[in-house]
Write a protein that binds this ligand. Structure first.
Ligand code: PMT
Length: 429
């Protein structure tokens, strides 16, 4: 399957380094040419001789080998079709995010012009460190493919997120990236620079953008709640891109994000409504990417609800306000105050069937200017994934599809489209 392809495997100093021996075998079984670079620390966990035997190639560690006439980091970068860094330690991730080239591996990354997959593995507290998260976010937004670690028991004795993801996942992602049309037709595979150029035309300086993100949490009792699978990634990507375009951003979210723009942490749909009411009147754009619970528990118990001998248990729910429809109605009422400055309101639509039809119905029912529709029955897009595929629908019910790509790029394109179209469309609901 990978005949004629060269995979460059970068191994850094973590206990999961030993697992990479099997990954190399998987690539070899698929007929790939495998080249390996290690940091010096990686060799504390796996030997150069093992890696050399498995890959059937010299293993690079030092940057300046005397018997090479070409700068090594450039020749490694030129030869490979894809680079896979696994396990990637917090240290190497942070160096890459800041363009530091102080060993062979980081120098090769800096010179590499094709897809790079990063599979982090580390202690769960290191993984959660906001600095590491910010570095990963930066790399992800630059087009690096980050394969999030799994949760479970860690070699350091902790339990949490930080285990190297399954080797099958790394193998599958490598194969997909290496065989995509984009990769074949574009040898200089620079992930997002083109889109960045296109959308850098958007200048949101002086504009206020409100974004909602994450699934709302509706308490049942002090220890249980009703929620959904929204991770907040889609909303966060929109907020980040609006911030990059110069906007004043307010992100209203149920998740623990840390950014250098305003974040309002809320929990339930009612709290989200209050937060939006506070910010609404001064907004220019509102993006409702959060997954809001349609119902909440009627009587939230003060104490933990005890199990009884009954086999059935009924939870009584009442309807939450439709926040999006409410905002659109308020905008209409206050139209005279806002005049032409009324905010553009963008709803999202999460469906598992009849996506376009339901989304077109929603834009009419709710009265918003745009609906961004996505299919949440798919595992590879929508809820929690790093990628999305969406349809942008405007008030004339015109539909524009954005093909599957990272949520960062989807966010840029949504912002660009909404910005351009809202200048031409009447935005008073
Ligand atoms: O967060 P991620 O894991 O990245 O996933 C992204 C996403 C799938 C959550 C996102 O792209 C998305 O589709 N968000 C909208 C989810 C949703 O609630 O869809 P809906 O079709 O049920 O609601 C339509 C719109 O009305 C949404 O903008 C929603 O925010 C809003 N709504 C819904 C119910 C309610 N009571 N009040 C609302 O304002």
């Amino acid at each position: 399957m990978l005949t004629g392809k060269t995979i460059l495997v970068g191994i850094t100093g973590g206990i999961a380094a030993y697992k990479i021996c099997e990954l190399i075998r998987m690539y070899k079984r698929a007929n790939a040419n495998v080249r390996v670079i290690c940091t010096k620390n990686a060799l504390n966990f796996v030997t150069k001789l093992t890696l050399q035997n498995l890959s059937q190639n010299e293993v690079g560690v030092e940057e300046f080998e005397l018997d090479e006439y070409k700068p090594e980091h450039i020749s490694y970068a030129d030869e490979a079709d894809v680079m896979v860094i696994a396990p990637a330690t917090a240290n190497t991730i942070s160096k890459i995010a800041h363009g530091i080239c102080d060993n062979l591996l980081t120098s090769v990354v800096c010179a590499f012009r094709k897809p790079i997959i990063i599979a982090p593995a580390m202690n769960c507290n290191m993984w959660e460190n906001p600095i590491i998260q910010e570095n990963l976010h930066k790399l992800s937004s630059l087009g690096y493919k980050i394969l999030e670690p799994d949760s479970g028991f860690l070699a350091c004795g902790y339990e949490g997120k930080g285990r190297l993801c399954e080797l099958e996942k790394i193998f599958k992602t490598t194969s997909e990236l290496i065989t995509t049309e984009k990769q074949q037709s574009s040898p200089d595979f620079v992930f997002i620079s083109k889109v960045e150029e296109e959308t850098s035309a958007i200048n949101l300086a002086g504009k206020k953008v409100i974004v909602t993100a994450g699934g709302t949490i509706e308490d049942i009792d002090p220890v249980r709640y009703i929620s959904n699978y929204s991770s907040g990634k889609m909303g966060l990507a929109i907020a980040d891109e609006a911030h990059k375009a110069g906007a004043e951003v307010v992100l209203i979210t149920t998740k623990d994000f840390q950014r250098d723009y305003k974040i309002v942490k809320i929990k339930s749909a009612l709290e989200m409504q209050d937060a939006l009411d506070e910010e609404f009147t001064t907004a220019d754009y509102i993006f409702m990417a959060a997954a809001v619970a349609d119902y909440r528990v009627k009587n939230v118990a003060d104490q933990k609800i005890k199990k009884t001998s009954d086999n059935e248990f009924t939870l009584e729910l009442i309807k939450n306000p439709d926040i999006l429809a409410g905002l659109c109605a308020k905008r209409k009422l206050l139209m005279t105050d806002f005049g032409d400055e009324a905010p553009t309101i963008v709803g999202f639509c999460a469906e598992t069937q009849n996506l376009i039809q339901y989304a077109q119905n929603k834009i009419n029912q709710k009265g918003c200017d745009f609906i961004i529709a996505n299919d949440v029955s798919r595992k590879d897009i929508g809820f929690s994934s790093d990628e999305n595929e969406v349809y942008i629908i405007n008030k004339n019910l015109d539909v524009k599809k954005l093909d599957k790509q990272s949520k960062t790029i989807i966010a840029k394109e949504i912002l660009g489209e909404v910005y351009e179209q809202s200048r031409n469309l009447c935005n008073i609901g």
